[in-house]
Design a protein around this ligand. Structure first.
Ligand SMILES: Cc1cc2nc3c(=O)[nH]c(=O)nc-3n(C[C@H](O)[C@H](O)[C@H](O)COP(=O)(O)OP(=O)(O)OC[C@H]3O[C@@H](n4cnc5c(N)ncnc54)[C@H](O)[C@@H]3O)c2cc1C
Length: 476
C-alpha cells in the first residue's frame, strides 16, 4: 500500500471526529486502495468512516449519457454501502470547496488520484487549502503506480513495458480488502449545501444532480448501463466467450471479441486488478510477468491472456504516463518533434474536400467506413478499437490545418465515446498523429506518420458484415 501513496501530509494534531474518503476517480468499493486505506485509518483511529462523492458542473465536456452512466454506478455504491451499514454522502457543487469544508472536522482526508490536469488541479487546491491537516493521496487506477514505474514521459509501449515488467509481480500480489467499511453514524462538518437524501434512488440522484449538471441525463441513455454489477456481467461474458479468441480476433470490427469494459474502467467502476484476478487462471503456472514478457512466442490461452494484458496494463498505463508527464497531452504540441514537423511539412499537400464539424458529427463524409465508425459511436457510445484508428487517421486527409484536425478528433471522441475524456482518449488521438509510434516511409499528407486506408480494412476484415452490423441495427 505504501508505494501507492502519491503524496501525504501528517498534521501534528490528531484531532477530528471522522476519517474522510473523497471518492472521485475510483468510483467503486472493491479493489479500491484509497478506500481500503481510509477504512484502515478509521479502524486504527477508532473513528467513523465518511465516504463522499461530489457531483459537479459539466466537467471537461461531459454529456448527459456520461452523466447517466456515472450516476448508475453511484446509485449502486450508495445501495451497497447502505447494506454494509454505512452511507454514501453525495453532494452537488464545487468539489474543492465541499471537500475542504468537510475536512475541517476530519482527522485525515484520503483521496484517490486522477491523471488529468483538472483532476490534479482540484487535488492541489485541496492540499493548499488544508495547510495543517493530514491528507493522503493514492494511485488506485494503475496496476503498477505511474510514479513508481517511471519519473518521466516514456517514448513508447516498449520502453514502458520493460519497466512495468520488473515491478509487476510485486503489484499483482495483494489481498483485496473489502471489509471494514461499515461505520457508526457521525456528525459532519456544517456546510451550506446538503447531501442527496437518498442516493440509492436513481431518479432522486438525477434530480439532485441537476442543480449543477443542467442537462437531463435520462434523455440520453447510452446502450451500456453503468455500475459494478454490469461491469462484472461484461467481465464474465468476456471470460467465458471472448478471451479464448482475443489474440486472433479482437481487432476485427465485424466481430464482438473486445471486452467492452472501457466505459467501466474509465469511470473507475471496476479495477484492472479485479479483471486480472478473474482471468488469470489461464496463466497455467507460468506467471503473468513471464506471459507478458514472452507474448510473441506463446500460443493458445496464454497468448490470448498476454495480448489482453498488453492492452489492459501496458497500453492503458502508457496513456496514464502520457497524461501525467506531458503538459500538452491534450493538443498538437504534445506530439513528438518528428511527428509535428513531418505533418507540418505536408500541410500544403492537396487533399480531398473538407467537411464541417457538423457534417462529421452527422457521419456525412464520402467515406462509408468512416461514416460507419462514427455511426457506431453515435448509436452505442463505443466505437470498435480498430475503427478508432482508421477513423482518427482519416480525418487528416480532410484538414489542411493539422492542429484543427487534432482538435476536431478529440472533440468528437470526448463528446460521443462513453469511455472518452480520460487518458486513453488523449493517448488514442495522439497515436493517430504519431505519438508512441515510430516514423514510417514518407508519403503525401501524412508525411512519416503511419497511414491506414480502406483497402487495408477490406483486405483484413469482413467490412460488409461491419456495415450491416452498424447500419441495420444489430448493435447492442
Ligand atoms: C483514436 C482513438 C481514440 C481512442 N479513444 C479511447 C477512449 O476515449 N477511451 C478508451 O478507453 N480508449 C480509447 N482508445 C483505445 C481503445 O480503442 C479502447 O480502449 C478500446 O477499444 C476499448 O474497448 P474494450 O474495453 O472493449 O477493449 P479491450 O480490447 O477489451 O481492452 C481492455 C482494456 O484495455 C485497454 N486498452 C485496450 N486498447 C487500448 C489502447 N489502444 N490504448 C490504451 N488502452 C487500451 C482499455 O482500458 C480497455 O478497456 C482509443 C484509441 C484510438 C486509436
Amino acid at each position: 500500500m505504501k508505494q501507492r501513496i502519491i503524496r501525504s501530509r501528517v498534521s501534528p494534531s490528531e484531532e477530528g471526529s471522522y476519517v474522510l474518503y473523497w471518492m472521485q476517480q475510483a468510483q467503486r468499493l472493491e479493489y479500491n486502495f484509497a478506500l481500503d486505506y481510509a477504512a484502515s485509518e478509521a479502524q486504527s483511529r477508532q473513528l467513523p468512516l465518511v465516504i463522499v462523492f461530489v457531483i459537479t458542473a459539466s466537467v471537461s465536456e461531459a454529456q448527459p449519457q456520461h452523466y447517466r452512466f456515472m450516476l448508475e454506478g453511484i446509485r449502486e455504491i450508495a445501495a451497497s454501502l447502505k447494506a454494509r451499514h454505512n452511507r454514501l454522502y453525495v453532494y452537488a457543487g464545487d468539489p474543492v470547496k465541499i471537500i475542504t469544508a468537510l475536512s475541517q472536522a476530519a482527522s485525515v482526508l484520503v483521496m484517490d488520484h486522477g491523471y488529468l490536469k483538472w483532476q490534479r488541479l482540484w487535488r492541489d487546491q485541496i492540499f493548499d487549502n488544508l495547510e495543517s491537516s493530514s491528507i493522503v493521496e493514492l494511485d488506485t487506477e494503475a496496476v503498477v503506480p505511474v510514479h513508481v514505474v517511471s519519473d518521466k514521459e516514456e517514448y513508447s509501449a516498449s520502453t514502458l513495458r520493460s519497466k512495468i515488467l520488473k515491478l509487476l509481480p510485486e503489484y499483482l500480489d495483494f489481498e483485496p480488502e473489502i471489509s471494514g467499511i461499515g461505520s457508526k453514524p457521525c456528525q459532519l462538518a456544517e456546510l451550506d449545501v446538503v447531501p442527496c437524501p437518498d442516493p440509492t434512488n436513481i431518479l432522486e440522484l438525477e434530480n439532485f444532480g441537476r442543480t449543477v449538471f443542467k442537462a437531463e441525463a435520462g434523455k440520453a441513455r447510452a446502450s451500456f448501463e453503468g455500475g459494478y454489477q454490469n461491469a462484472l456481467d461484461k467481465l464474465r461474458e468476456f471470460e467465458n466467450h471472448k478471451l479464448g479468441h482475443y489474440a486472433q480476433y479482437h481487432n476485427h470490427p465485424d466481430l464482438e471479441i473486445q471486452s467492452d469494459l472501457s466505459p467501466y474502467l474509465h469511470f473507475g467502476q471496476i479495477s484492472p486488478l479485479k479483471i486480472i484476478d478473474a482471468i488469470r487462471k489461464a496463466e497455467d503456472g507460468f506467471g503473468l510477468r513471464a506471459i507478458l514478457a514472452d507474448r510473441k512466442n506463446l500460443s493458445g490461452d496464454m497468448m490470448n491472456l498476454a495480448e489482453f494484458l498488453e492492452e489492459l496494463i501496458v497500453r492503458r498505463e502508457l496513456s496514464f504516463n502520457f497524461c501525467s508527464y506531458n503538459p500538452d497531452y491534450d493538443n498538437f504540441a504534445g506530439l513528438p518533434a518528428w511527428a509535428r514537423s513531418t505533418l507540418l511539412n505536408h500541410i500544403q499537400d492537396s487533399r480531398e474536400r473538407g467537411y464541417t464539424l457538423e457534417e462529421l458529427e452527422n457521419a456525412a463524409s464520402n467515406d462509408v467506413f468512416w461514416n460507419a465508425a462514427q455511426t457506431q459511436m453515435l448509436k452505442t457510445g463505443k466505437m470498435h478499437n480498430y475503427m478508432r484508428m482508421y477513423w482518427g487517421k482519416r480525418v487528416l486527409s480532410w484538414f489542411n490545418d493539422v492542429e484543427e484536425a487534432y482538435a476536431v478528433l478529440l472533440h468528437l471522441n470526448n463528446k460521443y465515446e462513453l469511455d472518452g475524456r480520460g487518458p486513453n482518449a488523449f493517448a488514442g488521438v495522439a497515436w493517430c498523429f504519431g505519438k508512441h509510434d515510430r516514423p514510417w516511409v514518407e508519403r503525401p499528407i501524412y508525411g512519416m506518420v503511419r497511414f491506414m486506408n480502406a483497402n487495408g480494412l477490406k483486405r483484413k476484415f469482413d467490412m460488409q458484415a461491419y456495415l450491416r452490423k452498424v447500419f441495420t441495427g444489430e448493435l447492442e
